[in-house]
Design a protein around this ligand. Structure first.
Ligand code: NDP
Length: 448
């Protein structure tokens, strides 16, 4: 049995109840085969794959808080510190009822390679809670965030582990957590990113993941002698990543005709009105029905199982920006039948493994999230640099660094795929390029 298969069997046996984590490990290990085969003896001796698939540590804790009715509620908190070979642990905090150890481990594992691809000195981690921020008052959110940080503060620090936002964790939640950290530690340090602009946040961080996704997509399109202008685009989601992906794609002359949330989707053949979408989602925190009510050209559809949602329309580019496993094989077939040419993931692992393979087999240029959504964490690392310098850079300065990083990532993954004889396989390219840097650092640092 090959070393990759041997380790995969061990990971499966140790984590039988973690399907999302196993899915991520399968994708990464499979595409690393050519690199691992070249160094099999050395990697085996140093147990590189065993070490890279086992987090440095996994912290789980109780988060008690009192709701507005005076009732005590209990949630479960997580922080998985996966690998710090190239820098302090870095990765978001997800607040969503679906959160469990498998999801946090899959996200932390992917984060290791993603952070490596940014070229910045950041290791990989992830955390969160099964707390559902939907429908909670600001005071309930604050009490939850304070309780969460009252435990988490023990394990994080500006040079140790620097969490950020993710699904359900936006500027409001980061603010409450930062306040509690400062209060407990009496330290004003860049321990979280995604902070507000008045207390150490970076300009362009809010836009970074969506903008970065489109910068990378634009570079890929250009490198295929094509242009963004005039392209029709399907986007899923209506959160932080989706909104700014829509905005940047439209600034570059593309027309985005869809967006979605967990209850339904919008088809707007005139192109999504991003200012209206921002008002509905960022200001009013309302459902997409509100968007449709104010926009005569838009159709709203309630989400139903077995339907293709935003993936049923004729588009050139698809950008899944909502959540994991939201684009399956049947959706991929529909997109291919409708002539999709480029797919780049804004969310983490939104495309199932069989759908990814279908895209690749049918000539669709497909980039996985660890490369195409790395703009968020890259800009978080730029926020850390600004905090260390105690300076703030302009929007243009941060945005231009972000664009350079995303263009660099595209060429890095393209070159890595070519070097290993897999031209155009950007999934393999991303995994290989991200892995090689981390492994070099791990080997240099000895067995630890
Ligand atoms: P948000 O919470 O801001 O938005 C998530 C969006 O996806 C919401 O519109 C949400 O709808 C929708 N959604 C969630 N679950 C489902 C579902 N099961 N079906 C359909 N729609 C769903 O999160 P972000 O935009 O920050 O994150 C989106 C993805 O991007 C995640 O995978 C995240 O890990 C990834 N990512 C985010 C980064 C960032 O900087 N924010 C960086 C890199 C990756 P509703 O409002 O109804 O819940």
């Amino acid at each position: 049995m090959s070393y990759v298969d041997e380790v995969f069997e061990q990971v499966k046996a140790k984590n039988p109840d973690q399907p999302e984590f196993l899915q991520a490990v399968t994708e990464v290990l499979n595409s690393l085969r050519p690199v691992v085969e070249q160094h099999e003896e050395q990697y085996r001796k140093l147990a590189i794959l065993e070490r890279i698939t086992e987090p440095d540590r996994q912290i789980m804790f109780r988060v008690p808080w009192v709701d507005d009715k005076g009732q005590t509620q209990v949630n479960r908190g997580f922080r998985v510190q996966f690998n710090n070979a190239i820098g302090p642990y870095k990765g978001g905090l997800r607040l969503h009822p679906s959160v469990n150890l498998s999801i946090i481990k899959f996200l932390g594992f992917e984060q290791v390679f993603k952070n490596s691809l940014t070229t910045l000195p950041i290791g990989g981690g992830k955390g969160g809670s099964d707390f559902d921020p939907k429908g909670k008052s600001d005071n309930e959110i604050m009490r939850f965030c304070q309780s969460f940080m009252t435990e988490l503060y023990k394990y994080i620090g500006a040079d140790q582990d620097v969490p950020a936002g993710d699904i359900g964790t936006g500027a409001r939640e980061i603010g409450f957590m930062y306040g509690q950290y400062k209060r407990i530690k009496n330290l004003y340090e860049g321990v979280l990113t995604g902070k507000g602009l008045t207390y150490g946040g970076s300009l362009a961080r809010t836009e970074a993941t969506g903008y970065g996704l489109v910068y990378l997509t634009e570079e890929m399109v250009k490198c295929h002698d094509d242009k963004m202008e005039g392209k029709t685009v399907a986007v899923s989601g209506a959160g932080n990543v989706a909104i700014y992906a829509i905005q940047k794609a439209q600034q570059l002359g593309a027309k985005v005709v869809t967006c979605s949330d967990s209850t339904g989707w919008i088809y707007d053949p005139e192109g999504i009105d991003v200012e209206l979408l921002k008002d509905v989602k960022e200001v009013k925190r309302a459902r997409l029905t509100e968007y449709a009510a104010q926009r005569p050209s838009a159709e709203y559809h309630e989400k139903k199982d077995g339907e293709h949602g935003v993936w049923q329309y004729k588009v050139d580019i698809a950008l899944p920006c909502a959540t994991q496993n939201e684009l399956n094989l049947e959706d991929a077939k529909m997109l291919v039948a409708n002539g999709v040419q480029y797919v780049a993931e804004g969310a983490n692992m939104p495309t199932t493994l069989d759908a990814t393979e279908y895209f690749q087999q049918n000539g669709v240029k497909f980039v996985c999230g660890k490369a195409s959504n790395a703009g968020g964490v890259a800009t978080s690392a730029l926020e850390m640099s600004q905090n260390s310098e105690r300076l703030s850079w302009t929007f243009e300065e941060v945005d231009s660094k972000l664009k350079n990083i995303m263009v660099g990532i595209y060429h890095n993954i393209d070159d890595a795929a070519k070097e290993y004889g897999m031209e155009g396989n950007y999934v393999a390219g991303a995994n290989i390029a991200g892995f090689k840097k981390v492994v070099e650092a791990m080997i240099a640092q000895g067995v630890c």
